[in-house]
Design a protein around this ligand. Sequence first.
Ligand SMILES: [Fe+2]
Length: 194
Amino acid sequence: MELPINRDEALEFLKSMPQEKSDMNHYLESEAIMRALAEKFGEDVEYWGMVGLLHDIDWSLTKDDLGRHCVEAKGILREKGFDDEFIGIVQSHGCGLDIIPTLKEGKRTKKIEHALVAAESLTGLIYAYALMRGGKISDMKVKGLKKKFKSAAFAANCNRELIREIEKTGLELGEFFEISIGAVDRIRDEVGLE
Ligand SMILES: [Fe+2]
């Protein structure tokens, strides 16, 4: 699948906007998990990675006005040359959310869309668990992450239902956790973990 810009250009683009370090970490983690999932599924790794990296492209502009999140992304991505399909996938992670009225009735139907919403939701849980472990991810176990997943009070803002949406891709939760821990572990230096 064609992409109008490469990964370096996408990263530069993100950095050209005011970004919190924690937000940038989230984009990089989402990218890493999406790339690993694409590998697992035999899909286009560059494309899936780009979707992960840029899924919150409008976040720095909309975080104080959440009704515009995923909506502003359309114009920003179109200007960069992304096509409607890519834009639709990015926007789909806001489908069903009360806070984004224009996407509330939208539905995710594609494998990559289910993967994106699950991956970007899981980053928060993995990061919170790593911080609880003193910032360490290198020896994080699936079993431990599963426990945190089941404990609703832990990182309560990480939407378990959206994480569970990975099952719509045919992947079982435990395997998703294993792939995702491995993916974030591989970029641990970049996101401030050990
Ligand atoms: Fe996100």
